[in-house]
Structures are given as C-alpha cells and as structure tokens.
Design a protein around this ligand. Structure first.
Ligand code: GAL
Length: 364
C-alpha cells in the first residue's frame, strides 16, 4: 500500500511539473480539458490510494453479542474476511465475544475506546443499551456501525438530528416474518388445516424477546396467515433465545401437551428449528405429512434439512450483504465518505424448489 501511495504521489508531482512547464506559453484551448482530466485522474488516484492506506492502518473493534450463535458466527466470519478484502489489515481487526452479557460488552467497548480504535462495529447485547453506547462512542469521537440488533427509531433519529457518524446495517425483520407466514399460506389451507376445523393451530418459538427480530417475526408470521383470511389459534408461545437446545425442549413440551392439534411450528430462527426437528422426530411426527415447520436464516444445516424433507422452508437472512454493508460503512467513515444512517437489505424465501439455487449462491 505504502509503495502505491508513493508512486501516485510521484505521478502527481511529475504532472504538476509538466503543467508548470507548459505555464509559460498559454496552452491551446483544445489542450486544456485533456490536461484538467489528467490532473483530476491523478488526484482521484491519490485520494483512493490515501484511502487504501487509511484502511490498512485503521484499527477496527468488533463487538458480537455472543459467539455461541450460529447465524452471528457466519456473519462475523464473513465480516472479517471481507474487511481484509477491502483493505483493512487482519492484525488491526479485533472481534470480541459479549457472551450475551451487556455488562461484559460495555467493558469491551470501554477497552476499545481506551485502545484508540478508529471505528467500532457493534452487535449490541441489548438493543435498549444503544443510547448509552452511542453517547460513549460518539463522545470519544469514534464512528459507529450497529449490526443485526436494530436500535429504536428514536435512537436512530438522534444520529440524524446530530449528524453523528453512526448507522445501523441490517434487514427489516417484518419482511422475514411475513415470508415465513406466506410460505405456510402457499401450501394451501386444505393441506395445513389437517384436523379440518377451519383454523390453523400453531406454536411459536421466539428468539430473545428484547430483540426486534424476535418481536417482528412473531407478529408478522401470524399476520401473513390472518391477512390471507385464515383463522388461527395459538396453542403455545415461548422463548427459546435463538438456541437449538432450548427450542428442542420447548417443542417437546408443546408436542406432549397438544399432540396432533399442532399443525404449524414457527421458529424465529433456524437454530431453533433444528431443535424442533429433533423433537418432532422423537414424537413420531413427519414434517410435510402431519406437521409444518419454518425457520429464518438459511444456515447450511437448515438447507440440508429442507432437502431431507425435515423443514418446510426458511428465509435467507443475507449475512453476506449485511457483513459487506457493515464493512463498507466502516470504510466510508474512515475515508470520510460517510454513510446513510440506516442501511438495509432484503430477505429471501427459501422453499424446497429454491434450495439448490441458494446453496449455489452460498457456495455450498
Ligand atoms: C437474527 C438471527 C438469529 C440470531 C439473532 C441474534 O437476525 O436470525 O439467528 O442470530 O439475529 O440477534
């Protein structure tokens, strides 16, 4: 990088000399634009090269709410490799595990500030702590990119009102909930209403309820059914904290309590759907035959499960776009290009006919 900057600076100096040399006799009118363009081009290259050095030298602190989360593991792995691919140095990137404890994470943020990081990428343990985190980080003059757990609208408004270098990168969780519900609706009422009572009996396994992803997926998955004119009955709704083992226990409990009455199992993520698959199998039920199950994320295990007929569908939570957008946003703060305060990407439905395509896209 340093070499590149040097050569570009030399090029600028040479061009300047050349132009000064021409200065004595006024250049012909037709020559001027070409020279201007050359200067502009060189100046642009110099800016770009300076940006490259800025990235290579920049220290990046990344706080993940919990390493023991399969979706966030895909996210952080891609985030690190993409940061390096756009010019950050691997040795300047530090990623820490908040161990699902806001106190631990707040201490990690203090340490990053004390270390003088140039940009922070934060997946908060509690979205409700965003205001405190923002004040601390902005107070230290460090740009901040929130990921995955969206801070409240009022908090985001503060960033805009104060013109702070703070943004959120994620997807709209309402869309993922709606897509889960639509995949069930697309199966048709006749197929889903197995007991023929004219309504759909479902159970809901929620992620961390403090998180808008869990709140919206819970609300909008069911709303897609009622929006289609379907009558629904909720038999069970409990918190599995995004975790496979907790969901496995909850679904086992629900199946022993409600048995064949359960027609649909909604899980707020695939990790929990993997737990549901274990309990559905153990109860002698078969997805697609006498029960339906949907998740969100499109983790590799879930894609395999759809192919095996153990999962009715999932929704791709695009960790590639989100991690790339987050890294690009960090780079834009470093180079001074700046960012919008809210950067979104779309979810994608993954029904059995789409698994091969999505696997191809993910290189699986
Ligand atoms: C969600 C994802 C979950 C979990 C959660 C953590 O977007 O679907 O699997 O990773 O984020 O906040």
């Amino acid at each position: 990088m340093k070499k590149k900057v040097l050569s570009v600076l030399l090029a600028v100096a040479m061009t300047a000399t050349l132009l000064v040399g021409c200065g004595g006799s006024a250049p012909a009118a037709t020559e001027a634009p070409a020279e201007d363009a050359a200067v502009e081009e060189v100046a642009e290259a110099a800016t770009e090269a300076a940006g490259d050095t800025a990235l290579a030298d920049a220290k990046v602190g990344v706080c993940i709410y919990q390493f023991a989360d399969n979706f966030m593991t895909l996210f952080r792995t891609e985030l690190e490799s993409y940061l390096v691919s756009i010019g950050f140095s691997k040795e300047n990137i530090t990623i820490v595990d908040g161990a699902n404890d806001q106190g631990t994470q707040s201490g990690q943020i203090d340490n990053f500030i004390a270390d003088g990081v140039d940009v922070l990428i934060i997946n908060p343990v509690n979205s409700s702590s965003a205001e405190t985190i923002t004040d601390k980080v902005v107070g230290a003059g460090i740009p901040l990119v929130y990921i995955n757990r969206e801070p409240a609208a009022e908090e985001q408004q503060r960033w805009a009102d104060n013109n702070w270098d703070v943004c959120y990168v994620g997807c709209d969780a309402r869309q993922s909930g709606t897509m889960q519900g639509e995949m069930i609706v697309d199966l048709g009422m006749d197929a889903v209403d197995m007991n023929g009572d004219g309504k759909v009996q479902y159970i809901m396994i929620q992620g961390d309820p403090e998180n808008v992803d869990a709140q919206y997926r819970t609300e909008f998955s069911v709303k897609a059914l009622t929006d289609a004119g379907w009558e629904v009955e909720e038999l069970f709704n409990q918190v599995g904290n995004w975790q496979q083992d907790q969901a496995q226990d909850l679904v086992a409990k629900a199946l022993s309590q409600f048995g064949d009455d359960i027609e649909v199992v909604f899980c707020n993520n695939d990790g929990m759907a993997m737990g549901a698959i274990q309990s559905i199998g153990a109860a002698g039920r078969k997805v697609g035959e006498n029960i339906y199950l949907v998740g969100v994320d499109a983790i590799p295990e879930a894609l395999d499960a759809i192919e095996a007929g153990d999962l009715s569908g999932t929704v791709f939570n695009d960790h590639l776009a989100q991690s790339h957008n987050a890294a690009d946003a960090a780079a834009n703060y470093i180079t001074g290009a700046g960012n919008d305060h809210n950067i979104q990407c779309d979810y994608v439905k993954v029904t059995p006919d789409k698994v091969a395509e999505i696997k191809g896209f993910l290189g699986l």
